[in-house]
Design a protein around this ligand. Sequence first.
Ligand code: AMP
Ligand code: ZN
Length: 493
Amino acid sequence: MLYKEQEIKIYNSLSGSKEIFKPINEGHVGMYVCGPTVYSNVHLGNVRTFMSFDMIFRYFKHLGYKVRYVRNITDAGHLENDADEGEDRIAKKARLEQIEPMEVVQMYTVDFHNTLNTFNFLPPSIEPTATGHIIEQIEIIKTILEKGLAYEVNGSVYFDVIKYNETNQYGKLSGRNIEDLIHNTRALDGQSDKKNPQDFALWKKAEPQHIMRWPSPWSDGFPGWHLECTAMSTKYLGENFDIHGGGMDLKFPHHECEIAQSEACYGPTPVNYWMHANMLIMNGKKMAKSTGNYILPNEIFTGENKNISKAFNPSVARFFMLQAHYRSILDFTNAGLLASEKGFNKLMEAMATLDKISVSEKTSGMDVQDWRANCYKAMNDDFNSPILIAELFGAVKFINQIKDQKASISEDDYKVLKTTLHDFIFDVLGLVDEDASGESTDKLSDAVEVLIKLRNEARANKDFALSDKIRDELASKGIQLKDGKDGTSFSTN
Ligand code: AMP
Ligand code: ZN
């Protein structure tokens, strides 16, 4: 197994330093990433965060780890305001569109999956929903109440941050201390049931007009936003698991509250490595739906957005995003995308050239084993995809030199070079050679045309057993033949 040879270092947001990754169970990785709140289309900023973790998931898998990757869908409990105020985002959308909340959830979950498929994401191992885990969330609230770290007021239950902080350290992930929080949190307006403004909701009693509600020992209501992640991560990964990830903006209050809930319920160290992906910005500001400063994935593929001059294919956009380290801010610009397109095409051209070059007795011009080691070194250093990509371009230069007979490669080195490039470009970075896949579609078409011709000949010879066999066997492979007045056509599913 490759993972036995490769030592990964991960920047742990909790310690603020890079640490050697030691999984809880050898050869296994448990990773939880906060998923989207499905009340609108995901924008490219959301995609960037999920893409960072897709790349990380892919690298672990490439090394031979058995990974359980859990990424949730938030379909209830996320209010407009992070401080437990405002309407539920999904319920609000449902009210505005005059549809059921679950129609909103369905529509945007499908959109999310389609978008991620277009960018060639791997599906997570488990994709649980908040509404599917209400019972688990109620059980956690009961435990926290029993431990005396939460209190009930008028059918709602709040986490007692001050009490928790007497024995634990609230704020340790985001680097805040309780005094600052008390000082900086807006005073309660007299309407609130909370004892202190920094307390957060575990359960909220539903107002009469609130339709997303469930029975509980305290009231008909709904869980607080932070609770679902504690419930689903521990249910599928255990009370102590390897990696928890999300966007940088989730550190506080979301992840801070998750830590408090888990520690209150199960004791210290729920998560060994906290990972946070940095933001995509545009025109100097964070990409966000709320400010209108965003671009939708579809607008990139059609070119229909004032911030870009043309359409770009998904792999170019993917390449653009992976050219920045996941912990760096990335500025979305047209010039950046144009440059990435050039780079991506150069990489794909080199892959095509590689298929055509001939091997020599000896290698000259690049030490292939050293180069391979450097590719792993880059990824082992906190998943440094930009350094990896720089190494890939080192190989591009070498391939072009071989083509121009300014360098040479032995048969053994050729195999290593080819495998390593394939592994990193397609498996780890998840890029797709769009031209090559077009070429294979053409080839498929040609092959099916040959079979259609043979089937027609069989029919002309009244050999219906053969003609039916050709049709049925193609159908079993997902290729449907359709006989029409202009001849036979086919479709794939
Ligand atoms: P939400 O659906 O709002 O909970 O967001 C889903 C994910 O996208 C979270 O992990 C956010 O941190 C992340 N996110 C939101 N805006 C951006 C952005 N501009 N750049 C990168 N990630 C973002
Ligand atoms: Zn979460």
